[in-house]
Design a protein around this ligand. Structure first.
Ligand SMILES: Cc1cc2nc3c(=O)[nH]c(=O)nc-3n(C[C@H](O)[C@H](O)[C@H](O)COP(=O)(O)O)c2cc1C
Length: 349
């Protein structure tokens, strides 16, 4: 969509280079970052005609909640680097659009502050901390403040080799911007991450997250059928096919390519979501046809937030919603359930 390109250009012009690169960049040579977007374009939509599409309904039900559209806002760290209202603005915009906002562990606003500002459903994204008690306290607070699910990110046992970040080195946060600890009044915020990522995490920890939060657990960062099965067997309530927006293992499979096998292995037992390079309504329809129940977008709303705060994120979600409706109608689908595997043809990967 042209809007996304325009917003990205504005973000690039407005932001300090180090901040822009932090959001835009990927790992290594950024092959996976590029291929995430390109792979969707190798999936051709195969429309049906002569279908009554006078009423197109893009709503879906996810973890028992009806959403106005199957497009959620992915967790992204440090959103106050993009706009002074950061996570609060993005959460408000998601609520206005009738969809979920996923708050990052590495947010620049406390989870209670975001819950107070939001009008729609919230999920809390967890990077498990090496200090398990710390994570348990954060999860208990998330549940207390009405977060409806925990999104457990499993593709970051260690940080990827992000060349752009290495080039700029550690950049100081502007005055008044810091990472929230999510521990409440007892703990301060920080310029650097609290604790560290837990690279000892295994499938048995899905149960630990559920017990600590009492919430459904959405496992984010699965790229293989074997891991999808392991996640379901470990008790995941949903799975996200994701390669972290190409920021972790460069050269790993684009999500559009991984999705079909994962969805087949899951076999409808739990919802399957996907993210990475999704940039218009056609990509959403492609994802649904390949077996996803919903998608998440990251950078597209980052650019909206940087360009125009809450209004910018609203513009992005409105544009996605309008384009999804149009694409569904032109594909001959009145509802998301009509988007089946026959609606796509695969060019050679
Ligand atoms: C700047 C940035 C920060 C991110 N921070 C997080 C994070 O804190 N937690 C997480 O699970 N994923 C994080 N992600 C990954 C996103 O949730 C998502 O998987 C990815 O951005 C989707 O790809 P897209 O940006 O092409 O839509 C981040 C992505 C970006 C671009």
């Amino acid at each position: 969509m042209r809007l996304l390109g325009t917003l990205q250009q504005r973000a690039r012009a407005q932001l300090p280079r180090a901040h822009y690169d932090y959001f835009a960049g990927g790992a290594g040579d950024e092959q996976t970052l590029r291929e995430n977007a390109a792979a969707w374009r190798r999936v051709w939509i195969s429309p049906r005609v002569m279908v009554d599409v006078s009423r197109v309904d893009p709503s879906c039900v996810l973890l028992g909640r009806r959403l106005a559209l199957p497009i959620l806002l992915a967790p992204m760290a440090s959103q106050r680097l993009l706009h002074h209202d950061g996570e609060l603005a993005a959460a408000r915009a998601a609520g206005a659009a009738g969809t979920v906002y996923c708050l990052s562990t590495r947010a620049t606003a406390d989870l209670a502050e975001v819950a107070a500002a939001a009008s729609g459903p919230l999920w809390f994204q967890l990077y498990a901390d090496r200090n398990r008690e710390h994570s348990e306290r954060v999860l208990a607070r998330a549940a207390e403040h009405g977060y409806e699910a925990v999104m457990l990110t499993v593709d970051l046992p260690v940080g990827g080799r992000r060349e752009r970040e290495r080039l700029h080195g550690a950049f100081p946060f502007p005055d008044g911007v810091a990472l929230a600890s999510h521990l409440g009044s007892r703990a301060a915020t920080s310029q650097t991450p609290i604790g560290g990522w837990d690279c000892t995490l295994t499938w048995s920890d899905v149960g630990w997250v559920r017990a600590a939060s009492g919430l459904p657990v959405v496992v984010k960062g699965v790229l293989s059928a074997a891991d999808a099965v392991a996640a379901v067997e470990a008790g995941a309530d949903a799975i996200v096919v994701s390669n972290h927006g190409g920021r972790q293992l460069d050269g790993c499979v684009p999500t559009a390519v991984a999705l079909r096998d994962v969805a087949a292995a899951v076999g409808g037992r739990v919802p399957v979501l996907v993210d990475g390079g999704i940039s218009d309504g056609a990509d959403v329809v492609r994802a649904l046809a390949l077996g996803a129940d919903a998608v998440l977008v990251g950078r597209p709303y980052a650019w909206g937030l940087a360009a125009d705060g809450e209004d910018g994120v609203r513009d992005v979600l409105d544009a996605f919603a309008e384009d999804l409706r149009l694409t569904l109608a032109l594909t001959g689908c009145a509802t998301l359930a009509d988007v089946d595997a026959d609606r796509v043809r695969l060019a050679a990967w």
